[in-house]
Design a protein around this ligand. Structure first.
Ligand code: NDP
Length: 342
């Protein structure tokens, strides 16, 4: 019995693979190129329980056919994490919306064609972006929870990359629930969506700490490299540690209570000021090198906008998430060590 994970070389996915291997699962991962697949195999010490397949572009609806044709009967669990998460793009449809949507449609159809009787659980890495309404983020009277859906339409989300990304996650998750509704008798699997807020935390392997990091960790990386006179970027959102997001993916398929659920993975809300406070408090090497701003005025000290209520998700998952200090300390110390500053 194997677990298939798409986009296995991604920031979050590498932590998931790490946990799966530690729990002795047989893992089949996909990456876009042989080079990326080989790198990942090497990083995991060529663990015999890990094997890799190449899926060059999830925009193609038959992208996963060959994987499920080859391994379908052996795969019991599918974790679909692959989806573009980047704001530096040229074409919203080609680079975000279509790969996200077709990725979900494609993998579920491949399961239907080649593994309808063997795949029992599918965990989709969706996002809180599929749930919240950007225009209501600063409205203190609004609460988002597991029932919430981003109201974006295909047309309305194409104003900038952030809106397009949020739309891409909404359309992809919506397509997954719709597929299940329409194919209830044609497939065996049960579905769970994982909806994380902004994910920070260390890279699984230090070799991946580069000058530019994956989109979410780049927020922290950017703060570490500001000058004292720079303005602290505007940001209000939820935060969660990547190690907790990874664990949530495992719990999501290991428990029956999570079947059919959308799980919001968020510890609490924060602003960049909160992260700057943690950096200034925890790292003497950054004193006087990064801005100070107005300490203790961030979202961890005050209600600055809409509330995120994920009480239900936390209860279903049943484990405690890391706090902002631990997450940022571990993110920053890995970066600073790689630069020889710690
Ligand atoms: P990464 O960019 O590190 O990982 C994304 C993965 O998807 C990579 O393996 C990437 O391949 C693959 N991918 C992207 N586009 C394609 C494509 N067209 N064809 C094939 N593979 C593709 O991001 P994260 O680990 O941060 O994100 C993983 C998932 O989590 C995504 O679904 C994202 O939307 C979701 N998420 C992330 C959050 C965060 O804050 N990080 C918050 C909420 C949800 P390659 O490396 O070759 O580009």
């Amino acid at each position: 019995m194997s677990v298939f994970i798409s986009g296995a070389n991604g920031f979050i996915a590498q932590h998931i693979v790490d946990l799966l291997l530690k729990e002795d699962y047989k893992v089949i991962g996909s990456a876009r190129s042989q080079e990326k697949a080989d790198d990942l195999m090497k990083a995991f010490g060529n663990n015999p329980n890990l094997s890799m397949e190449i899926v060059p572009d999830i925009s193609k609806l038959d992208a996963f056919d060959s994987v499920f044709q080859k391994y379908g009967k052996d795969i019991k669990i599918v974790l679909h994490t692959a989806s573009p998460f980047c704001f530096d793009i040229a074409d919203y449809e080609r680079d975000l919306l279509i790969p996200a949507l077709n990725g979900v449609k494609g993998i579920l159809n491949s399961i239907k064609k080649y593994a309808a009787d063997s795949v029992e659980r599918v965990v989709l890495t969706s996002s809180f972006a599929a749930m919240f309404d950007i225009s209501k983020e600063s409205d203190k009277s609004v609460t988002f929870n597991e029932e919430s859906w981003n109201p974006a339409t295909w047309e309305s989300c194409q104003i900038d990359a952030v809106n397009a990304y949020c739309g891409s996650k909404k359309f992809a998750e919506e397509a997954a629930w719709k597929f299940l509704e329409e194919n209830r008798n044609a497939v065996k699997f049960q579905l769970t969506a994982i909806n994380p807020v902004y994910v920070f935390g260390p890279q699984t392997f230090e070799k991946d700490v580069k000058r530019h990091l994956n989109t979410s960790c780049e927020f922290v990386n950017n703060l570490i490299h500001l000058s004292p006179e720079d303005k602290i970027p505007e940001f209000y959102g939820g935060y969660i540690d990547v190690r907790d997001v990874a664990k949530a993916h495992l719990v999501a398929f290991q428990k029956n209570e999570t079947i059919g659920q959308r799980l919001i993975i968020s510890e609490a809300r924060c602003t960049m000021q909160d992260i700057v406070d943690v950096l200034n408090d925890g790292f003497p090497v950054l004193k006087g090198k990064i801005p100070v701003g107005k300490p203790k005025t961030g979202a961890t000290h005050n209600t600055l906008g809409a509330t995120l209520d994920n009480t239900k998700s936390k209860k279903l998952l049943g484990f405690k998430f890391r706090n902002l200090k631990e997450t940022i300390d571990d993110t920053a110390s890995q970066i600073l060590k790689s630069e020889g500053k710690l």
